[in-house]
Design a binder for this molecule. Structure first.
Ligand code: WT7
Length: 645
């Protein structure tokens, strides 16, 4: 049994299958990161080689400048020689009684070609944006690759996001075509995705919709605009050429939370992203030909893009995608899936780990879980307790446990110890990936000493898959990531510290973003949804700790009408579910008289958080309305006026 504070290294068995056998890589890469990335890039096929590995003046820079490639050549064509009939993708449906689907590399190549051909016929050209609003079914992978094949820019929207959230994203990206499905299963019920998609199309540039038949439910149909996936693909050729892409051409846009209302479209490019997805999957997880890789994140998040699609395919690996939830029909579902397919590499989030800890080890007793070789976590800080449970109970004390830190913006993993090299330490994320200069700095950009908390930043040359911009919003790009350190460092928005061995622990965000069951949400986006739809004078949303979900939103509203409290609360919850999605459902809604503000009018969300955690308030004298704090404390503790109505 490993304990708190222990440091450990991989076993001889794990080391044997490792791609990297020596720590020397860290020194070499630090001395010349460009050289390391170029060596890795040369393992892939390029249509034309680069002139320079890295050029630019931050905040604008290029990787593999002048090169031409197409990521699908490396995901598909390259494997047709060696592994044409190897399983690329295994699909496990939500209902365990329904048959699985298996796609070989050749199946995937053919399906991607057919859809790519159909997209072209429907007028999609290089650079056009295509929205993808699909559940976890093989067609989501096919759709992403089909876009990439012809140089269209995909923008996947998480299928559990509401139609409003879809609409905002489609409007921002100006997508001209949307790929969606009739429906999918959630806890045994059909979710009407096509209906939701239709509602999200108002006021967008989408002219055509391709619909995958998944659940067989009746769908509304708009003749001339809507097309069945099986109809448009059936007469297309089995093989279609790949569009040559410049390294810096966009590959995809993926929206993530900003600190204010509107989500930000992170732009990722073809060359650098490809190299990083390939390299990180290979070196971090030690992905090998015989592995079965399962990353449980939905493809609507960046983890899904990089480790449930591009990373494994670039490595010619076999990976699994799962339509369902880890706890349906029972809390042993994920263990069932691991044993059913002999999963070797399991990548999940702390929220899932906490849920299973709570259920207890007993429900896992019937399972062997003995095929696992590497286990990993992503999305939020993993507590020491959860780390040790995951390591001892799931990894049986023999699997390296990788805590991986990264962001939608970084496109690939940035901080983690490598499976084959270690060291691993409970609750620590580990070392920066070789060649990535990660530092913990104070507000002046000075490096913090071991143990001291500071801002997590990246120094030039950053990393090949770092975002190249916010779609159509240069100002936001500059303000969010570059202004803090005068364009010299990329600021992640996260806080962390290093231990004396240089292992990093990320403790949380420096801004108002929250993580609900691993999903990154901005309280700002929720606040604007309420402000737009409700008769409230003001509102503020903060995250509070939750045993399972990590954090959950709590809403404070200042009502400006005499609408009854119960109704107002119900409206708040309904609006957030409609505008953002059920994952953002608030845990509580408090109706208050006033919100604490600075003299310049900024709402002090930090104080609201403290009222919930019952912490000391500290000095309130700089507030414009210090009395508001006591009133809120009373409300939160149940003695407030709103409780009486
Ligand atoms: C934010 C990024 C990147 C894949 C999924 C999330 C937090 C992520 C960790 C970790 C502590 C973590 C950070 C980061 N985060 N991984 N291992 N330990 N915090 O992508 O939705 O863009 O969220 O998630 O706060 O900035 P994302």
């Amino acid at each position: 049994m490993k304990k708190s504070g222990d440091l450990f290294y991989p076993s001889t068995e794990v080391k044997k299958r490792a791609w990297l056998k020596s720590r020397a890589i860290y020194k070499q890469a630090e001395a010349n990161p460009q050289k390391m990335w170029a060596t890795l890039a040369l393992e892939l096929d390029w249509i034309k080689k680069w002139r320079k590995v890295y050029v630019g003046t931050p905040p604008h820079f290029s990787w593999f400048a002048g090169a031409k490639s197409n990521i699908t050549i490396n995901c598909l064509d390259r494997h047709l020689k060696l592994r044409k009939n190897k399983v690329a993708l295994i699909w496990e449906p939500e209902n365990p009684a329904e048959p699985k689907r298996i796609l070989t590399y050749y199946d995937l190549y053919r399906d991607v070609s057919r859809l790519a051909g159909a997209l072209k016929k429907m007028g999609v050209k290089k650079g056009d944006r295509v929205g993808i609003y699909l559940p976890m079914i093989p067609e989501v992978v096919v759709s992403m690759l089909a876009c990439a094949r012809i140089g269209a820019v995909h923008s996947v929207v998480f299928s559990a996001f509401s139609s409003n959230a879809l609409q905002v994203r489609l409007q921002d990206s100006q997508a001209k075509l949307l790929i969606t499905a009739d429906g999918y299963y959630r806890r045994g019920k059909v979710i009407e995705l096509k209906k939701g998609a239709d509602d999200g199309l108002d006021g967008t540039a989408v002219k055509k919709v391709i619909v995958v038949k998944r659940a067989g439910n009746q769908v509304p149909w708009n003749e001339g605009r809507d097309f069945w996936y099986h109809d448009v693909t059936k007469d297309e050729a089995d093989s279609i050429g790949a569009q040559p892409m410049d390294s810096e051409d966009p590959l995809f846009i993926l929206y993530t939370s900003g600190s204010t209302g509107k989500p930000k479209g992170c732009v990722h490019v073809c060359g650098g992203y490809m190299v990083q997805a390939y390299a990180t999957d290979k070196w971090i997880f030690d992905i090998n030909d015989e592995d079965i890789f399962w990353s449980t994140a939905d493809i609507g998040w960046v983890t899904g893009h990089t480790y449930s699609c591009y990373g494994p395919l670039l490595n010619g690996a076999t990976f699994l995608i799962f339509e369902g939830l880890p706890d349906w029909p029972n809390t042993d579902r994920w263990a069932q899936v691991i044993d059913k397919y002999g999963v070797t590499t399991f990548y999940t989030a702390p929220t899932v780990i906490r849920m299973f800890m709570k259920t207890g080890t007993d429900s896992l007793k019937p399972y062997r879980l003995n095929t696992l070789q590497v286990i990993a976590s992503v999305g939020e800080p993993i507590s020491e307790k959860a780390w040790l449970w995951y390591f001892n109970e799931i990894g049986k004390g023999k699997c390296p446990l990788l805590d991986t830190w990264w962001q939608t913006e970084t496109g690939g993993i940035i901080v983690t110890s490598l499976a084959g090299l270690g060291p691993f330490k409970p609750a620590f994320t580990g070392l920066p990936f070789p060649g990535v200069r990660v530092r913990i700095v104070d507000d002046d950009g000075k490096e913090c000493k071991a143990g001291k908390e500071g801002n997590l930043v990246l120094l030039p040359p950053f990393t090949p898959s770092l975002l190249r911009g916010i779609y159509n919003n240069e100002k936001k790009y500059l303000d969010t990531y570059w202004s803090a350190y005068n364009n010299k460092m990329y600021f992640s928005g996260d806080l962390g510290y290093k231990d004396k061995n240089g292992l990093i622990r990320v403790v949380g965000r420096a801004d108002d973003q929250i993580k609900v069951a691993g999903h990154r949400l901005t309280t700002g986006e929720m606040e604007s949804a309420l402000a737009k739809n409700l008769s409230v004078a003001e509102c503020a949303i903060v995250g509070v700790a939750d045993d399972i979900k990590g954090e959950v939103p709590v809403v404070f509203v200042v009502s400006k009408s005499d609408i009854p409290a119960d109704q107002l609360k119900a409206d708040v919850i309904r609006i957030i579910r409609e505008e953002i999605g059920p994952i953002a459902s608030p845990k509580e809604v408090f109706i208050v008289k006033d919100l604490p503000k600075t003299r310049s009018g900024k709402i002090m969300r930090r104080l609201l958080r403290k009222t919930l955690s019952k912490e000391e308030m500290g000095d309130l004298s700089t507030l414009a309305n210090p009395e508001s704090v006591q009133q809120i404390q009373d409300t939160v503790q149940g003695s407030g006026p709103e409780q009486k109505s």
